[in-house]
Design a protein around this ligand. Structure first.
Ligand code: NAD
Ligand code: TDX
Length: 338
C-alpha cells in the first residue's frame, strides 16, 4: 500500500452527505486516511459505512463536536491536517419543533472545533454551510456577498456558524473555507426530507404530505456533485473564501412530486395536502459563477440524479424500512401524524 500522506477529520460522516463524501474521498485519494467523528444522532447510521468498516484508511470515533474534551483529544492524538465539518442537525421541521440541539451542534459545536483548530493548527478547515443562509430569494441568484437572511432556527444557526468561522479567519488567521450548496438529493438521505420521504412513502403505499401550495422552489444538486465541489474547494479554494455550490436545477415541490409519482407509476391521488411549514421559504437559489471559475460545474443532470436516487431507494428497502420502523416512526407519530 502507498504511504499515507494526509489525515482528514470528517465530522458528521455517518449522515447523508458525509457518507457519500467519505466513500468518494477513499476511492479518489488512495493515500488519504479518514477519521470520522460522529455523535450518531437519529440521523447518523453506521450501516452506511459497513462496507468500509475494515478499511485500514478509515476509523470511526463516536463523539460530539460540542464536547471539548473529545475534540481536543482527537486533534492531539490523531493530528489531522484537514477538517471537513458536516456535523449538524439538518432538518428544518425539527428545528421549528425543538431548536435546542441545533444551537448546540450547529453553533457551539463549530466554536469547539474552531478552538481546537486554533490550539493545534491545521492546514484547512472546511465548514459545510447551506443556501438557506440567504433566506428566501425573491428574484435572481445570490452570490457569496449577498446578505444573510435566514428564516428558521436551523438556517439561522448555520448562518451563525458561518459568521463564527469568518471571525476566526479574520481575527486568528485560521485557514477557513466555507461551502454553501443547494438542496442535495441522492443515496443515504434520511427519509424525513422531501425526496426520500416521498419515494419511500409511495413504495410503502402511503400518502405523501405536500406542504401548503406545493409552489415552493428549491434548487437541487445531486450529492456527488456537491462532494466534487467540496473536494475542489478543499484542494484549490482560496483560504478565507466562501463558495456557492449551486445546482441550477430550480423546481417547485409539485414538480418534484410529479417526477416521483411518474417514475413509481402512481397517480396524484397519493398526494395529501397538509398545513404549510411555519416561515416556509418560497425560493432558494444560488449564483455559482465563483466555483465555476475554479473549474467546477455539476455533471449530473436532474433527470439522471433522480433516476439514480429512485433506483437506489428501490434497491435498498432494507436500509430505509429499518429506519422508518424505529426512532423515526415514533417521532413522526408524535409530532406530525404523517
Ligand atoms: P444529516 O442529518 O443526514 O447528517 C448529519 C450527521 O451529523 C449525522 O450523522 C449526525 O449523527 C451527525 N451529528 C449531528 N450532530 C452532531 C454532533 N454534535 N457531533 C457529531 N456529529 C453530529 O445531514 P446532511 O444532510 O448529511 O447534511 C450535512 C451537512 O450539510 C450539514 O451541516 C447541513 O447543514 C449541510 N447541508 C445539507 C444540505 C442538504 O440538502 N442535505 C444542503 C446544504 C448543506
Ligand atoms: O413532507 C414534506 N413535505 C413538503 O412539502 C417535507 C419534508 C418537505 N416539504 C417541502 C418543504 C420544502 O419546500 O419540500 C421542500 C424541501 O423540504 P426539505 O426536504 O425539508 O428540505 P429544506 O427545508 O429545503 O432543507 C434542505 O436543504 C437545505 C435540507 O434539509 C437542509 O439541511 C439544507 O441546508
Amino acid at each position: 500500500m502507498a504511504k499515507l500522506n494526509k489525515t482528514i477529520l470528517i465530522t458528521g460522516g455517518a449522515g447523508f452527505i458525509g457518507t457519500n463524501f467519505i466513500h468518494y474521498i477513499l476511492e479518489k485519494y488512495p493515500r488519504y486516511r479518514i477519521i470520522n467523528l460522529d455523535k450518531l444522532t437519529y440521523a447518523g447510521n453506521l450501516a452506511n459505512l459497513a462496507d468500509i468498516s475494515n478499511n485500514s484508511r478509515y476509523q470511526f470515533i463516536k463523539g460530539d463536536i460540542a464536547d471539548e474534551t473529545t475534540v481536543q483529544r482527537i486533534f492531539k492524538t490523531k493530528k489531522p491536517q484537514i477538517v471537513v465539518n458536516f456535523a449538524a442537525e439538518s432538518h428544518v421541521d425539527r428545528s421549528i419543533l425543538d431548536p435546542q440541539a441545533f444551537m448546540r451542534s450547529n453553533i457551539f459545536g463549530v466554536y469547539i472545533l474552531l478552538e481546537a483548530v486554533k490550539k493545534y493548527g491545521i492546514g484547512r478547515f472546511i465548514q459545510i454551510s447551506t443556501d438557506e443562509v440567504y433566506g428566501s430569494v425573491a428574484k435572481g441568484k445570490p452570490n457569496e456577498q449577498a446578505r444573510l437572511l435566514p428564516s428558521s432556527p436551523y438556517s439561522s444557526a448555520k448562518a451563525s456558524a458561518d459568521l463564527l468561522c469568518q471571525s476566526y479567519y479574520k481575527t486568528f488567521h485560521l485557514p477557513i473555507l466555507i461551502t454553501r450548496s443547494s438542496n442535495n438529493f441522492g443515496p443515504w438521505q434520511y427519509p424525513e426530507k422531501l425526496i426520500p420521504l416521498f419515494i419511500t412513502n409511495l413504495l410503502e403505499n402511503k400518502p405523501i404530505p405536500l406542504y401548503g401550495t406545493g409552489k415552493n422552489i428549491r434548487d437541487w444538486i445531486y450529492v456527488i456533485d456537491n462532494c466534487r465541489g467540496i473536494d475542489l474547494v478543499w484542494h484549490k479554494g482560496k483560504i478565507g473564501e466562501i463558495y456557492n455550490l449551486g445546482g441550477y436545477n430550480e423546481k417547485n415541490n409539485l414538480e418534484i412530486t410529479n417526477v416521483i409519482l411518474d417514475k413509481l407509476n402512481k397517480n396524484k391521488s397519493w398526494i395529501k395536502r397538509v398545513a404549510d411549514r411555519p416561515g416556509h421559504d418560497l425560493r432558494y437559489a444560488l449564483n455559482n459563477q465563483k466555483i465555476r471559475r475554479l473549474g467546477w460545474k455539476p455533471i449530473y443532470s436532474f433527470a439522471k440524479g433522480m433516476r439514480l436516487t429512485i433506483d437506489w431507494y428501490q434497491q435498498h428497502q432494507d436500509w430505509w424500512t429499518k429506519i422508518k420502523s424505529g426512532v423515526y416512526r415514533q417521532y413522526y407519530k408524535k409530532q406530525y401524524k404523517k
